[in-house]
Design a protein around this ligand. Structure first.
Ligand code: UD1
Ligand code: CA
Length: 516
């Protein structure tokens, strides 16, 4: 019985991924190489899942354990089918059918693990055409200017597909045919199972060819159709690293175009790289040299870049992230980050917060409106809402053995050049004087100053550096001051502002904020 059974549900997609991929010259199996942040087989699985099959099988052999583990990680429901030592795409498909429940009916799709640009909607239109034409087999074909290496589509006098001949088995006349087999098919399940039992290995390569199923189905009276597509990228496989880069670039072109059509401004798509699993809100602007990687999610009206790499990072609406590297970080709505900031895993910046230039953060929860504007390392930190961390502050979280946490309360101020030696807590509404090396907690309303008191030694320069330009400058300054004092005595006298400036100079209570 080689006519369709009448049941049209999509029983399974079989992804063939047992090939070795020797031309990659890699210790990593070919299908585990990545473009757009996903492995090649990851792209194949995503396309397969887009058409919601009842079952999904991936055929593996080369570097079996690595590929199988990855497939299970990407898609825990996928069935792993092992190909034995019999070679060929027909045998690979047979091994998948052995691993799936027996006696499937309806439609079965076969795709490849190394054809990453094949889209789910192309597979859907293949299924639709296959069902509408009541075909036993429908194969995706394309016309190529240079069809070398591909199987060629043999059409009969009526234009119907009679079979496929491999390049290596083809006559000169057949090699002149430019319509090629993509290797992607829809089969009636019963036809496929029956025909595969009849496929031999009598060909130049001694392999069990899946392509032989078409002629067998046709001879048994089934209809064999071609689904000709124009978008040649969708049938192109990766065989070497030149193709990997070429397809990676085209995938990125498609991804950036998709986001522009969704309302995202991308100033320079050529230098912007966006992984397949990234999401971006409307009216966000991406500036040149930006890479949005992994599961990064950007809200609406944000500005990202230039020269920014965000991996698995979440950015809230209206945030600005400039010249920044971030990994597993969360940036709140309306927050600003950069330039030259490094956000490591566990960084959470609150709404309207700020992480500024030459600041590195790790496992740091920074509250709404809190600011870490300049030259800081904040590791294992909890910083309250509205707090302000002065320039050059270091959260010394590591004592050489263990990591410890520092907490800074709401609306507290940390003076510049402070070392917070963890574990240490600064309460809400407290100050720490600039230049402190803080080892103890600070209570609400206090200022803590933990540094040497300033000592000024009169006449030191004249004694210890006599004859230097410094000593001469000191002498001149003293002479000028004496002259000015004489003028002031005859004039208005010492002002209160001058007096305050003099005392402030040695006052330990100065908080010394250098940030704006
Ligand atoms: C195959 C087709 C050819 C088509 C071309 C499109 C056959 C006999 N030929 O040729 O008509 O034009 O694809 O690219 O089907 N694979 C396995 N197990 C195997 C052999 C292959 O899983 O034993 C997988 C590979 O991992 C790969 C895919 O099947 O993903 C195609 O294998 P490949 O060796 O590239 O097939 P071609 O000889 O190029
Ligand atoms: Ca191939």
């Amino acid at each position: 019985m080689n006519t369709p059974t009448g049941s049209h549900h999509l029983a399974a997609v079989i992804v063939l991924a047992a090939g070795e991929g020797t031309r990659m010259k890699s210790s990593t199996p070919k299908v585990l190489h990545r473009i757009g942040g996903r492995t090649l087989v990851g792209h194949a699985i995503a396309a397969a899942r887009a058409v919601t099959p009842e079952h999904l099988a991936v055929v593996v052999r080369h570097k079996h354990d690595l590929v199988a583990a990855h497939v299970t990680e990407v898609d825990p429901q996928a069935v792993i089918a092992d190909q034995d030592e019999v070679k060929g795409t027909g045998r690979a498909t047979e091994c998948a059918l052995d691993a799936l429940p027996q006696g499937l009916d309806g439609t079965i799709l076969v795709t490849y693990g190394d054809v990453p640009l094949l889209a789910g909607d192309t597979l859907q239109s293949l299924v639709d055409e296959h069902v509408a034409t009541q075909s036993a087999v429908t194969v995706i074909t394309a016309h190529l200017a240079d069809p070398t290496g591909y199987g060629r589509i043999l059409r009969g006098g009526d234009g119907g597909v009679e079979g496929i001949v491999e390049q290596k088995d083809a006559t000169d006349d057949q090699r002149a045919i430019t319509e090629i087999n993509s290797g992607i098919y829809a089969f009636d399940a019963a036809v496929l199972i029956d025909a595969l039992g009849k496929v031999g290995t009598d060909n130049v390569q001694g392999e069990k060819y899946l392509t032989d199923v078409l002629a067998i189905a046709r001879k048994a009276g089934g209809r064999v159709s071609a689904h000709l597509i124009e978008d040649l990228w969708q049938t192109e496989g990766v065989n070497d690293r030149v193709q990997l880069a070429r397809l990676g670039k085209e995938l990125n072109r498609r991804t950036t175009e998709r986001w522009m059509r969704e309302g995202v401004t991308i100033v320079d798509p050529d230098t912007t790289w966006i992984d397949s699993d990234v999401s971006i809100g409307r009216d966000t602007t991406i500036l040149p040299g930006t890479q949005l990687l992994g599961a990064t999610a950007i809200g609406e009206r944000a500005t990202i870049g230039p020269d920014t790499t965000l991996t698995d990072t979440e950015v809230g609406a209206g945030a600005e992230v400039k010249r920044t590297e971030a990994l597993l970080a969360v940036i709140g709505a309306g927050a600003t980050v950069g330039p030259f900031s490094y956000l490591r895993p566990g960084t959470e910046l609150g709404a309207k917060g700020k992480i500024g230039g030459f600041v590195e953060t790790k496992n740091a929860k920074i509250g709404d409106g809190a600011k870490v504007p300049h030259l800081t390392y904040a590791g294992d930190a909890v910083i309250g809402e509205g707090a302000n961390i002065g320039a050059g502050t270091i959260f010394a979280n590591y004592d050489g053995v263990a990591k410890h946490q520092t907490t800074i309360g709401r609306h507290s101020f940390i003076g510049s050049d402070t070392v917070l030696i963890a574990p240490v807590n600064v309460a809400d509404g407290a100050y720490v004087g600039a230049g402190s090396a803080l080892t103890g907690d600070v209570e609400p309303g206090q200022i803590a100053v933990a540094r040497g008191r300033q000592r000024n030694i009169d006449g030191w320069v004249a004694r210890a550096r006599a004859g230097t330009k410094t000593a001469k400058a000191a002498e001149e300054a003293a002479a000028n001051a004496a002259g000015e004092a004489a003028t002031k005595v005859t004039g208005a006298g010492v002002t209160s502002a001058d007096h305050e400036a003099t005392t402030r100079h040695t006052d330990d209570s100065t908080e010394g904020q250098a940030n704006a």
